[in-house]
Design a protein around this ligand. Sequence first.
Ligand SMILES: Nc1nc2c([nH]c(=O)n2[C@H]2C[C@H](O)[C@@H](COP(=O)(O)OP(=O)(O)OP(=O)(O)O)O2)c(=O)[nH]1
Length: 141
Amino acid sequence: MIETLFPVKLVVRVPCAVIEHNGKVLAAQRSKALSFPLKWEFPGGKQEENETDEETLFREIREELDVEIEILHKLPVTPKDQGWREIILVPFVCNLKTYKITLTEHEQILWLEPDTLSDLDWTEADLGVIQNYYAYREAQK
Ligand SMILES: Nc1nc2c([nH]c(=O)n2[C@H]2C[C@H](O)[C@@H](COP(=O)(O)OP(=O)(O)OP(=O)(O)O)O2)c(=O)[nH]1
């Protein structure tokens, strides 16, 4: 019998935050030292075992920005096949509950007018998040 082996693809769930404040949205630039160096992303990170999406989000935002956030809305999940693994971005539109941001991992952050988000060089998966965020904003009007 001929057996075909299908390698199991790693699936990585990554909750992330589209943080709104005073009409602007926070974009974070990945560090030079990480994968996707200097690309822009929404802060967040990989889910750990036994965490809910929300628990991961709050933990990662505390770790990366040292702030507390509240969730306003869950956007559609955005999968991105990276060949050897699949990233599933789980984006949440959020507000700040505390305001003093201290960066621990990112190169820099920018607060952008929503319309100008797509001017930055985002990771590929984020392009879908931005489109879904625009659709959410349209539906709010
Ligand atoms: N937090 C976040 N990660 C994103 C976004 N878009 C995107 O492709 N990613 C990818 C980058 C990372 O590979 C992964 C998040 O992992 P992480 O931030 O917890 O850790 P990492 O850079 O050390 O991950 P790795 O690539 O080295 O495995 O998801 C995004 O908008 N936010």
